[in-house]
Structure formats: structure tokens, C-alpha cells
Design a protein around this ligand. Structure first.
Ligand SMILES: [Zn+2]
Length: 279
């Protein structure tokens, strides 16, 4: 689920009609919305302009989409919203906000996080300042340039070529199982990471890798990259520092699954649909 193709990123407030913006009001991992039975909406600038004096940082320009424009503002605890608005955890807004705005809110969180961690140069400690044509900051002391980080993480759906699905369970997940996940290491290709993660976590060997989609996961800056892989050999032997169970299920006997927001769930649903269609 990438940003809507019509969304045009901007990098300066001058490029936005700020007075007619919808604002992503952030408070930690929460975003302010108005909720009614019919819909969930982001605040218009005019509804919350009086709160901008409390902003923790300068207003962050985000972009334009059709007639709409978007900017983000980070607020501290204790600021009172107009009565029709409330702060809601961003993940709860999936399926509530229009998808394109939910994704803009995630993008806002990702850029906000980057502005916080790039205030000073990691090389010399100097002050970083932005440029106007892209998300890049440059150190006034040593010239070090930094860009928003994107951290690749893999999701691997291990199947047996039929209706069997090997799933993983971590402590604290309750009844829920999911597919395998892990971060790509420096120097590693995506394919190498698939083989390593599944072997490390479950002790099995896979092949027939198939790309299965990607999803920005802005908590704070992952990019999830999905693969299917077919089981080849090996008895299940879990990495007990990562998992507390891994076992086979079939398409008709799946346990509780991750929520519909995640690429992992979308990959499982897609696989189930294919398998059930083939039976
Ligand atoms: Zn520097």
C-alpha cells in the first residue's frame, strides 16, 4: 500500500496552501481525528489553527492530492483539542480514515521521526538544516548529508506446494500465529535473507522464492518486503530467542492471524484464496 499515485510530495510550506490544508496533528503515535458513525476525518487547518502555537516543531509540509493539501504538526501532551476531535492510535485508523489519508498520516510519522533523529550531525554534532527540494539535511559543520532512513525487513510465507503453511509464534502473541519476519543484514541480498531467516528461526530449507509485494511500515521506518518460499527439507527446530513455536497448518485449519492492515495478513489471505481455489 504505497501513497496514492496522485499524492505529490512537497518539501516547503511555501508550496502548500497552508490555510486550506488538512492537518495531521500528531501526539506520539497518535493522530487527531473527528469520528462519527459515517466517517473519520482529519482536522481542517481552520479548526485547529489556534493550536499551532503549541507545536513542538515547525509545521511539516507533506504534499498535495487533487484539491487537498496536507501538513503535519506535532503537539505535546496536555493540549486540548476542539470537542469534536480526539487523539487515536494511528494503527486504529486503518479502515477508518480514507486509505490515502491513513497512508499520508504514516508518511508524516516517518518524516517526523526522521526530523527528530537528524537534528544534529551524527558525525560531528553540528546543526543539520534541510534543503528545499527533497528530504535531505546537511550539516553546517562538516557537510554530512542524511536522508530519511528506510529499513528493509522481510516477510516470508513458507508453504509446502500444497495446502500446508508453516507458521511462527512469538511469546506474547496469544493465539495468533504469523509468517516469518526478519531484518535484512548489511551485505545481504533479499534472497539470502529469506533463506537465512527461515533456517535460523525454524531450521528448515526453502527454495522457489516468489516476490509477494511490499508495504511501507512507518513504525518508525521499515519497508516490509514479502516473499513466498516453498519448503524443501528439515525438521522444525525453532530459535528459542525469537520464537516459542513453529508448526504446520493447512489452509482450512489456520489459527488466529495478524490484523488486516499488515502485509503478512494480506499474503496469508492471498495464499489461502489461491489454495482454496485450487482444491
Ligand atoms: Zn557534521
Amino acid at each position: 500500500m504505497p501513497l496514492h499515485p496522485d499524492f505529490e510530495r512537497v518539501y516547503t510550506l511555501a508550496a502548500l496552501p497552508i490555510n486550506s490544508c488538512r492537518l495531521i496533528l500528531q501526539r506520539g503515535g497518535e493522530v487527531a481525528v473527528a469520528r462519527s458513525a459515517e466517517r473519520t476525518t482529519l482536522p481542517a487547518h481552520s479548526d485547529v489553527a489556534h493550536l499551532l502555537e503549541f507545536a513542538l516543531e515547525p509545521v511539516l509540509p507533506l504534499g498535495k492530492m487533487g484539491e487537498a493539501a496536507y501538513a503535519a504538526v506535532s503537539l505535546p501532551e496536555g493540549v486540548e483539542l476542539p470537542s469534536e476531535y480526539e487523539f487515536v492510535d494511528i494503527r486504529q485508523l486503518f479502515g477508518a480514515l480514507p486509505l490515502e489519508e491513513y497512508l499520508i498520516a504514516g508518511y508524516a510519522g516517518q518524516i517526523r521521526h526522521w526530523t527528530l533523529i537528524s537534528a544534529h550531525c551524527g558525525s560531528c554534532g553540528g546543526t543539520m538544516s534541510g534543503v528545499n527540494k527533497e528530504w535531505m539535511r546537511k550539516c553546517s559543520g562538516c557537510g554530512n548529508e542524511v536522508y530519511p532512513p528506510v529499513c528493509p525487513a522481510l516477510l516470508v510465507l513458507v508453504h509446502d506446494g500444497g495446502d500446508g503453511l508453516l507458521m511462527a509464534h512469538k511469546p506474547g502473541w496469544g493465539d495468533r500465529y504469523s509468517i516469518f519476519a526478519g531484518f535484512v543484514l548489511p551485505g545481504e541480498s533479499l534472497e539470502e535473507c529469506v533463506h537465512r531467516e527461515v533456517l535460523e528461526e525454524a531450521g528448515v530449507i526453502v527454495n522457489d522464492l516468489q516476490y509477494a509485494g511490499s508495504q511501507p511500515w512507518p513504525f518508525p521506518h521499515q519497508l516490509m518486503i514479502g516473499f513466498r518460499a516453498r519448503y524443501v527439507s528439515g525438521e522444525i527446530a525453532i530459535d528459542e530467542e525469537e520464537l516459542d513455536d513453529s508448526r504446520w497448518f493447512t489452509a482450512t485449519t489456520l489459527p488466529a492471524l495478524p490484523g488486516p492492515l499488515s502485509l503478512s495478513r494480506q499474503m496469508i489471505d492471498s495464499w489461502v484464496n489461491e489454495v482454496m481455489g485450487a482444491i
